[in-house]
Design a protein around this ligand. Structure first.
Ligand code: FAD
Length: 502
C-alpha cells in the first residue's frame, strides 16, 4: 500500500462472499470509502451453500436484516443442528446440536455428571438431556431464549436458505447502502511495478476499474490472490479426502425438518437440506475412492422426493491459502480456501473474515502488522475447523470400504490427536480463542462417534450419587416442560415467515 488514503474498495465476485462483503463494508466503513463490486453473469456463482450455523444471526443483526423478512425472501427454514447417520458405524445416528447439552454446574461441564451417572448404571444417552434434540425429535421450533426461570439457555438456531436468493437479498441491502455493481468479465489484472499492489482490473469490454484495496471473492478461481499475486494453496486432502460434490434439488417433503441431514456413504456423505420450496441434496465424495457415475447413482437413489433440475458437478481441493491477505488484496470466500461443507462453516468464515478485515482495516499507510495479525487469526480459525472436520472422518469404527479404512487409520494432526487423547481419558476439553466450535460441539461429535471417556472428572464427586441422579433427571423434566408448548416447525414458519410460493 502506498501512502495514499484508501478511498476505493473493489470487490471481485458477486457470490455469497462478494455480497456479504459489500453489505458489511458499506454498512460499517465510513462513507468516504466507496465500494464497487464486479461480477460476471457469464460465469455465475458456485450455486451451493445453503446451510448455516448460529453465528449467521450476528451477521444478519449487524446488517440490520429483519429475520422473518430474510427467511421469507430466501425460502428459508430453521436449523437446530445436523444429524449424522452412519458415521461412527453403519446404523448409528447422533445429532450435533447447536446448544449445550444439559446444564454445566459448579464450573463443571454437564457431560462429566452424565459420565458419572453412567458409571452408576444410567442407560440414557447424552442427548436425552438436550433441549435441541428433544425439539428435533418432536419437530418443534420456537424463539426460546431461556428455559423458564432457569439459567439454561434456550434454542440456539441457524437457517437453511436458497443460496441464490440469499445473495440477491444481500445485494439489495448492499446496493441500497451505496455499493456500485458492475456486470462484466475480468480479463486482466494490472499490478503497480514498484509496490506489487493491485492497481486495477480490466474488463472484457476494455473498461478499467481502479482501486486502492481489492477483495478477491472470485470463488475457486482465486482470480486476484492466486492468478495475479501468486499466493499458493496448502492442500489438506490427506486429512480431508473428499474432493467432489454433486448437488441436485428435489421436491420438498411434506414435513419440514428443523435440521440438516448428513448421511455417510461408502466414500463420503450425502446432505439433505429442507427448504420451504424444495429439498437441497448433495453427495460429497472422494474421486480417488469412488467413480463419478456411481456417486451420482448413489445420490439419485437416496432422494426423498422427485429430482428437480439437473445435477451440478463440482470439484475442489480441501485446504487453505498460504496467506489470506497479501499486499492490498484480501481473499474472502472460496478463494481463501475450502474445507468441505460438512459442518456448514464456509459462510461463517466469510462473515468472520469480513469482520476481522473491518477491525484491521488499513488507513493510508502500509500497515504490515495488520496483515500479519489478520493472517495469524484466519490461519488459526481454519486449522481448528479443519481438526473438527477430520474428527468426523477419523473417529469411526467403519472398515467396510477402502475410504473408511483410510480415514480410520490415517495420521491426523498432532493438535487433534492431543485433543482426542485428553478427552478419551477423562472427558476434558479446552477451547482455543479462535475456535469456532464450543466444547459442547466437540463433546457431541466425540461421544456421538463412539469416543467415550474412560473416566470422569473428580470434581463430579462433589455431588453424591443420589444428587447426580436427581440433578440429571431434573434437567430432563425441565427440558420436556420447555418443549411442550412450542409449535411445530412448519406451523412456526407459516405464522412468521412463509414464503410467497403461490
Ligand atoms: C458442494 C458444496 C457445498 C457447500 N455447502 C455449504 C453449506 O451448506 N454451507 C456453507 O456455509 N457453505 C457451503 N459451501 C460453501 C459456499 O458455497 C461458499 O462459501 C459460498 O457460496 C461463497 O462462494 P463465493 O462467493 O466465494 O464463490 P462463488 O459463488 O463461486 O462466486 C464467485 C463470483 O466471482 C465471479 N467471478 C469469477 N471470475 C470472474 C471474472 N473473471 N470476472 C468477473 N467475475 C468473476 C463470479 O461471477 C461469481 O459472482 C459449499 C460449497 C460446496 C462446493
Amino acid at each position: 500500500m502506498s501512502n495514499t488514503p484508501i478511498r476505493k474498495v473493489v470487490i471481485v465476485g458477486g457470490g455469497t462472499a462478494g455480497w456479504i462483503s459489500a453489505a458489511a463494508l458499506t454498512k460499517l466503513l465510513p462513507s468516504t470509502i466507496s465500494v464497487t463490486l464486479i461480477e460476471s453473469d457469464s460465469i455465475g456463482t458456485v450455486g451451493v451453500g445453503e446451510a448455516t450455523i448460529p453465528q449467521i444471526r450476528r451477521l444478519n443483526a449487524m446488517l440490520g436484516l429483519d429475520e422473518n423478512t430474510f427467511l421469507k425472501a430466501t425460502y428459508g427454514t430453521f436449523k437446530l443442528g445436523i444429524e449424522f447417520s452412519n458415521w461412527g458405524q453403519i446404523g448409528d445416528s447422533y445429532i450435533h446440536t447447536f446448544g449445550d447439552v444439559g446444564l454445566n454446574l459448579a464450573n463443571l461441564q454437564f457431560h462429566q455428571y452424565w459420565l458419572k451417572a453412567r458409571s452408576l448404571g444410567l442407560t440414557k444417552n447424552l442427548w436425552d438431556f438436550s433441549l435441541h434434540k428433544q425439539a428435533i425429535d418432536q419437530n418443534k421450533f420456537g424463539r426460546l431464549d431461556h428455559i423458564g426461570q432457569t439459567s439454561m439457555t434456550g434454542l440456539s438456531y441457524a437457517f437453511h436458505f436458497d443460496a441464490g436468493l440469499y445473495s440477491a437479498h444481500l445485494r439489495q441491502h448492499a446496493e441500497k447502502n451505496g455499493t456500485t455493481r458492475i456486470e462484466g468479465l475480468i480479463q486482466d489484472t494490472l499490478l503497480d511495478e514498484t509496490t506489487g499492489n493491485i492497481k486495477c482490473v480490466k474488463l472484457q469490454n476494455g473498461e478499467i476499474i481502479e482501486g486502492d484495496f481489492f477483495i478477491d471473492c472470485s470463488g475457486f478461481r482465486g482470480l486476484l490472490i492466486e492468478k495475479s499475486l501468486g499466493i499458493g494453496y496448502q492442500d489438506w486432502s490427506k486429512w480431508l479426502p473428499c474432493n467432489r460434490a454433486i448437488a441436485i434439488p428435489s421436491e420438498r417433503t411434506s414435513t419440514l425438518l428443523p435440521y440438516t441431514k448428513s448421511i455417510a456413504q461408502s466414500a463420503g456423505w450425502q446432505w439433505r437440506i429442507p427448504l420451504q420450496h424444495r429439498t437441497g441434496n448433495g453427495h460429497v465424495y472422494s474421486g480417488e475412492f469412488l467413480d463419478d457415475d456411481v456417486a451420482l447413482n448413489t445420490l439419485l437413489s437416496n432422494l426423498d422426493g422427485e429430482p428437480l433440475g439437473d445435477p451440478n458437478h463440482l470439484k475442489f481441493s480441501t485446504g487453505r491459502r498460504d496467506a489470506f491477505w497479501h499486499k492490498n488484496c484480501v481473499a474472502i470466500g472460496l478463494s481463501s480456501g475450502f474445507m468441505e461443507p460438512l459442518e456448514s462453516t464456509s459462510i461463517h468464515l466469510i462473515q468472520s473474515n469480513i469482520s476481522r478485515l473491518i477491525e484491521l482495516f488499513p488507513s493510508n499507510t502500509q500497515e504490515d502488522t495488520n496483515i500479519r495479525e489478520y493472517n495469524r487469526q484466519v490461519s488459526e480459525e481454519f486449522e481448528l475447523i479443519r481438526d473438527f472436520l477430520i474428527l468426523h472422518y477419523h473417529q469411526t469404527q467403519r472398515e467396510d470400504s477402502e475410504f473408511w479404512r483410510y480415514c480410520k487409520h490415517m495420521q491426523i494432526p498432532d493438535t487433534l490427536k492431543d485433543k482426542m487423547d485428553l478427552f478419551s481419558q477423562s472427558g476434558r476439553l479446552y477451547k482455543k480463542s479462535e475456535d469456532l466450535f464450543k466444547e459442547s460441539s466437540w463433546v457431541q461429535v466425540m461421544i456421538g462417534q463412539g469416543l467415550i471417556p474412560d473416566t470422569y472428572h473428580p470434581m463430579a464427586d462433589r455431588l453424591s450419587n443420589e444428587q447426580v441422579s436427581k440433578f440429571i433427571s431434573d434437567i430432563q423434566s425441565i427440558i420436556s416442560q420447555a418443549i411442550a408448548p412450542l409449535p411445530d416447525h412448519d406451523t412456526f414458519i407459516q405464522n412468521h415467515c412463509a414464503a410467497d410460493l403461490q
